[in-house]
Write a protein that binds this ligand. Structure first.
Ligand SMILES: [Zn+2]
Length: 483
């Protein structure tokens, strides 16, 4: 078995390209390096290694690379990483099974579907006799060429994606069964003609995930996945799709994918996000007893936003909200200035607002430096760790603000508490994240408010300025596109 990974969730509307530095900062792990570490790619590779050891199979780890999302990947950078995986396959093979940990929404400056491109080239090397399994993020552009090139594609079901290891086990088992000739996976896709955002922590999506699992228990069904799609990646295939894999039964796969697609489609109006604006969100947070978490959904670095938008912080300062914290504003320059000034220093700072129009204006503040951590990190999904780089806790007019230097969304309370900020004493905690924060913060929150903030990730799906997406007959742009 050979395993490798190559991931970034390309926001084609983001102004900055994703280049070599983005992958170096996110992580480029070669060979055995991936087996030491705490990120989701390490965890997945370690799991596949442990399963191989348990079952007595040879295991070869290849390249694993991940970049925090931004604009399209510079073509030469994509090809360099891709070709490294391909040359590992050629030089270290032959292999019976190849498992790939990919994203599904990776776009380079010359390719709309990097995953299909990669998997086709893997197939050319390993041949039809080998089994290729692919694990994807549900925020993928699920395309027929990818499905055709792989033997099995399995998506994470949860958003937050805390189930990536469970899906990795399923993929391992399914590919092993195929290699042994015990099953013959056949896959069918149904296009829901929807563009949306589907947190699985709330209804009706939570129940729909239960339905997928119920259908997976039916005879002959091997896997059910729902590709949410990634609305901020403009490609010919952007949109929400259902994927069903059955054991040598294409008509059952087609019937079930259509049936599940129809159930999701029937719920489309209830699934459409209706988030309060910033003023309404803050008023609600102030009026609600207990600790309220307000999500700055539009400035989520995990979806390719810059992470340095200042408008929510400005609204909180203007309103004078009590006992509040906000994190993390990506500002390596200000973080370095605070670190140099030292704990206790009081200084005039210009923070955030530097990356472009989606960042709003920089904010001029008087800040007191409360804590400095050179290599801060936070808990990520599935017991992983996420680097935040040099990070500082500053206090601005009574609000505790985290500035960091490695661009990332906030996953977990220790993004704050790891710097010494006491969240138990807070009324409002504002986090730059669309949904992944939910796994870590829901247990300590009396209420979670996803706010329609200003930034690069807008939830008005009817108004997204698609140029490449072929089919504009989608909900909510069209009320009933399947009619
Ligand atoms: Zn995702």
């Amino acid at each position: 078995m050979f395993v490798a990974g190559l991931q970034s969730e390309t926001n084609t509307f983001a102004p900055w390209p994703t280049g070599a530095r983005a992958f170096e900062e996110g992580g480029v792990r070669r060979g055995a390096d991936v087996l030491r570490g705490q990120g989701p790619d390490h965890k997945t590779a370690q799991l596949w290694r442990d399963l191989c050891l348990r079952d007595g199979h040879d295991f070869t780890p290849g390249l694993f690379a991940w970049a925090q999302p931004s604009g399209p990947i510079v073509q030469a950078v994509y090809e360099g990483l891709r070709d490294e995986i391909l040359s590992e396959l050629s030089s270290q093979g032959p292999f019976d099974i190849v498992l790939l940990f990919l994203h599904g929404a990776m776009v380079s400056t010359a390719c709309n579907d990097c995953e299909a491109d990669l998997v086709r080239r893997v197939r050319d090397i390993v041949g039809e006799g080998a089994v290729i399994g692919v694990e994807l993020d549900p925020h993928c552009h699920l395309t027929q060429p990818l499905i055709d090139a792989a033997d099995a594609v399995i998506l994470m079901k949860h958003y937050p994606h805390d189930d990536y290891l469970e899906r990795a086990v399923e993929l391992y088992s399914l590919c092993l069964a195929k290699a042994r000739g015990e099953v013959r996976p056949t896959s069918e896709i149904f296009d829901c003609r929807m563009v949306g955002f589907y947190p699985t922590t709330q209804e009706p999506m939570a129940s729909l995930v239960g339905r997928f699992e119920e259908i997976e228990r039916e005879t002959g069904v091997l896997s059910v996945s729902f590709a949410h799609g990634f609305p901020w990646g403009d490609t010919p295939d952007t949109g929400s799709r259902v994927l069903v894999i059955t054991d040598r039964d294409p008509s059952l796969a087609a019937r079930l994918s259509k049936q599940i697609g129809a159930e999701i489609y029937a719920a489309r109006k209830a699934l459409l996000p209706r988030f309060p604006g910033v003023d309404a969100a803050l008023a609600d947070a102030v009026a609600t007893p207990g600790l309220v978490v307000v999500a700055d959904t539009a400035d989520n670095a995990g979806g390719g936003a810059p992470g340095d938008n200042t408008s929510l912080l400005k609204a909180m300062l203007d309103r004078g909200v009590p006992a509040a914290a906000l994190g993390a504003i990506w500002d390596p320059i200000a973080a370095a200035a605070c670190a140099d000034a030292g704990v206790g220093a009081r200084l005039k700072l210009r923070i955030g607002g530097k990356s472009g129009p989606a960042s709003a204006q920089p904010l001029d503040v008087e800040a007191t430096v409360r804590a400095v951590r050179e290599r801060h990190d936070q808990a990520g999904l599935g017991n992983s760790r996420t680097d935040m780089g040099l990070s500082v806790w500053i206090e601005v007019d009574g609000i505790d603000v985290v500035l960091n230097s490695i661009r990332t969304q906030v996953f977990s309370p220790d993004a704050f508490t790891g710097l010494g900020i006491d969240l138990a004493a807070k009324k409002i905690v504002a986090v730059k994240s669309s949904q992944h924060f939910h796994a870590g913060f829901a247990p300590i929150a009396s209420k979670v408010i996803r706010a329609a903030t200003h930034g690069a990730i807008q939830m008005d799906f009817a108004a997204l300025p698609y140029v490449k997406k072929i089919d504009l007959n989608y909900y909510p742009r069209v009320d009933d596109p399947l009619a």
